[in-house]
Ligand binder design. Sequence first.
Ligand code: C2E
Ligand code: CA
Ligand code: CA
Length: 716
Amino acid sequence: MKSPNHSTEITKLIAELNHAHNFQRQQIADSFQEGLILFSTELTPKLVNDKIQKLLYGNNEADSPFTNLKLYTKKRNSVRFDLKHWIESCIQKPSNSVCEQMVWLKPKQKDDHDNALIPVQLRAYPIINRERTLDGVLLHIKDLTLEVQAEAQLRLMEASYAGQFITNSHGYITQPNYAFSAYTGLKPDTLKTMTYLDWLTKQVTLSVPFGSVMEALINEGSWSGEVKITASTDAQFYAVLSLTMLTDENRNVEHFIGVLQDITDIHEARSEIERLAYYDKLTGLANRTLLHNHIESTIQNAPESLSYSALILLDLDGFKILNDTLGHAIGDQLLILVAQKLTKLAGERNLVARLDGDEYAILIPELSQDPQIAYEGVLELASKVQEELDDRYTIKNRSLHCSASVGVYMFPHHLECGQTDQLIGYANLAMHEAKNLGGNQVFVFEDKLCEVAKQRLEMLQALNHSELDEEFQLYFQAQVDANGRAVAAETLLRWFHPTLGFVPPCDFIPVAEEGRQIIKIGLWVMHKAFLQAKAWNEMYDDIRVSINISPIQFHEQSFVELVIGLVKFTQVNPRNITLELTEGVLIRNTNLALQKIQHLVSLGFHISIDDFGTGYSSLSYLQRLPLHELKIDQSFIRHIPENPEDVAIVDSILKLAETKNLSVVAEGVESEEQAEFLRQRSKNLLIQGYVYSRPVPGAEFESTFLVPHKTSEKPD
Ligand code: C2E
Ligand code: CA
Ligand code: CA
């Protein structure tokens, strides 16, 4: 039987009880789910149903419910509610109407640990007989726990910061809380005309397909995920939306419940972390990690699209010099300007990244399925990048020129993930090739570059394990004066490797500089050359020995101390030694470099500027440096006398040397004609080149060129 909610049902019940026999009455009353007590007019209980029996304290059935029912006026109050008095005053009312009262009951339950009071509703129904006089009173006691809980929940929901709504079985939003209304900007009245699906369509951007939300609701009864809410064009926020479907035991939908939690703060924090992890701080471009990820996903998608993709890698020409000489603030500005240009050129489809320093990359995913079209596409972009970057940039009222070396690697669709590093390596090789060819150009990767890179690696490993005394040898090349006498010799290093064979210095010196083995090798060269210079000068007329010093070696903190140590150890006279430095040495840490040079000069060494005219063209250092010699680079000698420009350069170097009182060596002189031409221009010039001799081993140099003391014979 259903619980009697309405007075009509109670009236019916009263009628039933009236007509029933005593034993039937008890049955009828017991089948009620709520408490019932039937009182006589004198308020003696005539019938107490099961439900009430369980609430009564004391076992004696005759005990009055007035003492054995523990009722209180308030939840946290020890004031007992006087049930008897309340019923009395109710039946004394002239109207004989139903009285209602909410009180708190202390239930008597064996397993009730906390003994909490439960809310109950009392209803007293005066029973009136046909004669219209009072026949008794029916007391109906209803447990209100669920109702009170529901109301508390509703109040909680109303107070909640999370937006919440409940729908009816048709999906219509029947109970939106205040927060939900505030978040969505929709009034409760408006919301109540909408289903939750209407709302989803109107304001919610899901991060997953709509179908999967429905599937989760049907299969699991709930779905939760991150969404973007667009309450209006200028009010957007991120939230976690949880949807729950409540069904009855036959799986008929009863309600949908939605909870909306604003996570804009978390979302912003996460984007910030992402920005820091994946983007370059200075330029805002993607960083290496993000480029890496994008390449991986390009490779992953490639088998579907069957397209060729490409990676462009570029490096600014001479950026380090620019940065060192003009300062980091200007360098940074240049990097930003370049980033802006690249972003514009690359377009939205392609990813522009800054790797390290002045190195940038552009990833061009899915160029085309046709390799020729893809090739033309990437080449067009790469050329455009090279042309546009070759420009003057105005920074802080300074106008400076910059250009870039651009390497291109196009990759097919059948690569495997994990090949990303290799792929970047290939683009890098192409970029370095563009740089080696003079910079400011595009180079597309070729397989032979791998071969070169492999050789480089082999060389690096060989250098690491090289036995200096066994594999290396010093050769000497004569520098001859106007009288045809070799007054000096340049030390040139030769490497004979057991498996690699003869490796020319122009191949291994850059590798040894990169791997810093040049420091050890350079020290070995100095040691041997000092010994040679000492030995020769003891036996022969004055002979000066020139030694090439790598910038890496020179910039070592202990360089000067090492040189001093070697002088002591070998007993060489520094006046017989010339140290050849390139102009590049002075670019970095100029002041420190000047100090070192001054120190070396004070010890008696001569300083020569090698490859003069090709390097960093600020001549201001010439004023400040205690120099002795300039070596005209071979590139200016090669085409004299026929090339008037080269002649002009040689002339101006000679003039400069004259005013500064410097000696000059012309190197790379191959023909008599060149030698003659140069001699006519300057009497003091020394000539070094194949015209007199190739570089030769020390013993050969000695026998060919050196003159024993106190003789004036010319060498043959
Ligand atoms: P460099 O200092 O400019 O040396 C002159 C180069 O020109 C030498 O090449 C020499 O053999 C070559 N040469 C001399 N006369 C002629 C000529 O008439 N015609 C032509 N075509 N070439 C001529 P090499 O020995 O191959 O050395 C190349 C470079 O390697 C040197 O250029 C120097 O920068 C470097 N190097 C050589 N030995 C050492 C060393 O012991 N230490 C350091 N740090 N670098 C070295
Ligand atoms: Ca040299
Ligand atoms: Ca040189």
